[in-house]
Design a protein around this ligand. Structure first.
Ligand SMILES: [Zn+2]
Length: 247
């Protein structure tokens, strides 16, 4: 367990108390039934037969995430969220809500550093600690990992493999953090959208959250089923096991 060693681990030990863990387990049990029901509905979507697209949101949870969750719920769309451990410590309730609404959750490391610049054991700690914080907050243990900034290589992938994680990349990135404009973000997503695509966005960018109702409306008009990454991968016959890089 990464939580035992190093300065990052010591910080976690202070922050994640037994009280928080107990609260997380109590609170996460209630929406679990809802999550199971919505996941079951999505499980019936076969991306080998219908046109699917996976929207992914990195760097949360953030202040805008509940608004995004509401938008997704109204559109009956599912997405995948790659959470940063530090932010989950600050907003554990939103992490729980994300899972409870049937979305997929992955590990975007504990403190969002460029992993290629780190030593092996630091990379391992970033991945494992991010995962452990998510598990402590939500009761769910992620098996998908996305490297911050997309900075990865064979070494990062090997260490993710050792931690039991698949690595999830993307087919299109919106660069929404630099566009910061709902109309431009909308145009970019629609340009990048293609069958079985994985689109990278950020729920920490307010313009992205603002653009999402219009984006979902247009994508649905174009016949897309908006699904989680595991559902998309399953449709393509790809198992997201440890050490697998997808797509
Ligand atoms: Zn990121």
């Amino acid at each position: 367990m990464g939580a035992r060693a190093g300065p990052v681990g010591s910080r976690l030990a202070v922050v994640v108390t037994h009280a928080l863990l107990a609260a997380a387990l109590t609170l996460s049990s209630a929406p679990a039934a809802t999550a199971a029901a919505t996941s079951a509905a999505e499980a019936r979507v076969d991306c080998a037969r219908v046109k699917c697209l996976a929207l992914t949101f990195d760097d949360g949870p953030g202040a805008q995430t509940p608004t995004l969750l509401k938008t997704l719920r109204k559109a009956n769309a599912k997405a995948t969220f790659f959470l940063v451990g530090k932010r989950v410590e600050e907003l554990p309730k939103i992490a729980r809500q994300t899972l409870a609404e049937g979305h997929a959750v992955g590990d975007h490391t504990y403190s969002h550093q460029s992993l290629r610049a780190l030593l092996d054991e630091e990379i391992s700690q970033e991945i494992r600690l991010g995962r452990d914080v998510i598990q402590q907050a939500t009761g769910y243990r992620p098996t998908m990992f996305r490297p911050p900034y997309g900075h990865t290589d064979d070494r990062v992938l090997r260490i993710a493999d050792e931690a039991g994680m698949s690595q999830i990349m993307w087919t299109g990135t919106t660069l929404d953090w630099s566009l910061r404009d709902a109309r431009k973000i909308t145009a970019t997503v629609l340009k990048l959208a293609r069958r079985d695509g994985v689109i990278l966005m950020h729920d920490t960018v307010p313009a992205t959250v603002k653009a999402m109702p219009g984006i979902l409306k247009e994508l649905k008009k174009q016949g897309y089923h908006l699904v989680t990454v595991p559902t998309l991968a399953r449709g393509g016959g790809k198992a997201l096991g440890a050490g697998v890089s997808y797509p």
